[in-house]
Design a protein around this ligand. Structure first.
Ligand code: IMP
Length: 429
């Protein structure tokens, strides 16, 4: 048995999709355990760019089992669209490649109306959500009003569950958000149809996972978003609505903590964030714009420009501790070519006092001043480097500074979007 958890250590968009895709070649099962189609994992294979939002990145390998586990909120319409888009490109040719937990929550049409409606009403105070209905779907899970994937294949149950929820939702939609009411019959028909189309995939994935792990399968857990978007440990309220840290693999998939072997934290060589919220090392200037342009930093899900800034080791160390990171993957190191000096934030200052952790209060996070260590940049292009020794000295120093200041080995360095533009120093499997 061998398991590996891959998590983002910043605000998402660290390049986890590529790392998962790369390591999936060595895995038998790939599992998503939280979030929904707010994620956007960009994969580049044989010159072609493929973006998946909901289906685990392992879908590009025909012999890998992919699992959407109980911790997700699933939009069945999006799932079906993603499935046919992948099929049209020659992937996902067998239904057996994907299992969906019958315990996973379903994103309903009213969740999307409420997500958009709230953001509109919040105006400047908005969270900047992806608008996919993620938060309202998780709210219903907690209030026991949720509909689960297993309900979609049980018509009487589905009818009961929709009827139990729809009056309250329509009240909000009509009176609070001033939008047209939803017709419960239409919603029922549409979701029964989704159930028919997805029936082959819906099962007890916890049981399957227990069997596969006991049978010696190598299992990779694919995190979505990033640690600073975790609902408890992130920059609340500017966070997503699930726990994204490695500990949530257990709740989100039903695998016990003693089964988790390695935790790989993915860190982009600089920082980015989409949506609102504090960002201490943000470069709200020409340099930030130039990093955005070189790194193509536009949201994979919403297309929004990402805010860019220097690497922040206060954030990274927070993530290392929360996730129990045992190895680090540094991505997009190539994007920093030509910038010198480079800055790495090693501590904050709050009201003149040094601070070496992420403050819980969003106002404090907005006020902290980063303390930087300057390091020399490099001029060489990195995209053809295939071993650590191929990297120019200053790029190696940059990576070693991360190792030194976190105490965690950098086991993988990515120097471009393609699978082979990777330096695997130590394989986690
Ligand atoms: P939600 O997850 O759609 O509710 O959005 C909440 C916050 O999380 C917003 O700031 C989003 O931009 C951010 N967010 C959600 N998913 C991702 C992701 O996969 N990458 C980066 N940011 C994300």
């Amino acid at each position: 048995m061998s398991t590996l958890v891959i998590v983002g250590t910043q605000w998402g968009d660290e390049g986890k999709g590529k790392i998962v895709d790369l390591l999936t070649g060595r895995a038998d099962v790939v599992v998503r355990f939280q979030g929904g189609n707010n994620a956007g994992h960009t994969l580049k294979v044989a010159g072609e760019e493929i973006i998946v939002h909901l289906i685990p990145s392992g879908i590009l390998y025909p012999n890998t089992l992919n699992i959407i586990a109980n911790g997700l909120v699933v939009d069945p319409g999006v799932l079906l669209e993603e499935k046919s888009a992948l099929r049209a490109k020659g992937y996902f040719q067998s239904d057996e490649q994907l299992l969906i937990s019958e315990r996973a929550q379903v994103i309903m049409p009213y969740h999307k109306v409420i997500d958009h409606g709230r953001e509109e009403l919040l105006g400047n105070a908005k969270i900047g959500t992806t608008g996919r209905g993620i938060g309202p779907a998780y709210e219903d899970k907690a209030s026991r009003m949720g509909i689960r994937m297993g309900d979609l294949i049980r018509p009487e149950r589905l009818k009961e569950r929709i009827n139990a929820a729809i009056d309250e939702k329509n009240f909000l939609i009509e009176h609070r958000f001033k939008k047209p009411r939803l017709d419960p019959e239409q919603v029922l028909e549409q979701y029964l149809d989704y159930g028919r189309q997805l029936q082959a995939h819906i099962t007890d994935t916890t049981h399957v996972l227990h069997q596969r792990i006991s049978g010696g399968s190598r299992v990779l857990f694919e995190g979505a978003q990033g640690t600073l978007l975790d609902i408890d440990h992130g920059t609340y309220p500017f966070v997503t609505s699930s726990n994204v840290v490695a500990g949530n693999v257990c709740c989100g998939s039903g695998v016990s903590p003693d089964r988790l072997d390695q935790i790989l934290g993915v860190v982009k060589a600089y920082s980015t964030r989409v949506g609102q919220g504090g960002f201490p090392t943000e470069l709200d200037n020409e340099l930030g714009e130039s990093i955005r342009a070189r790194g193509a930093e536009y949201g994979a899900t919403t297309g929004r420009p990402r805010r860019c800034g220097w690497l922040d080791l206060v954030i990274l160390n927070h993530s290392v501790r929360l996730n129990g990171v045992s190895g680090i993957a540094v991505t997009k190191l190539d994007v920093l070519t030509g910038i010198s000096p480079l800055k790495i934030c090693t501590a904050y200052e709050l009201d003149g006092q040094p601070l070496d952790r992420v403050p819980a209060d969003i106002g404090d996070l907005e006020r902290v001043k980063p303390r930087y260590r300057e390091v020399k940049g490099w001029e060489e292009h990195l995209s053809d480097c295939r071993s650590f020794d191929d990297l120019p000295k200053n790029a190696r120093d940059y990576v070693e500074t991360i190792e030194h200041l976190t105490g965690v080995p950098v086991t993988l360095v990515s120097v471009g979007p393609a699978r082979d533009q990777s330096i695997l120093r130590k394989s986690p499997f």
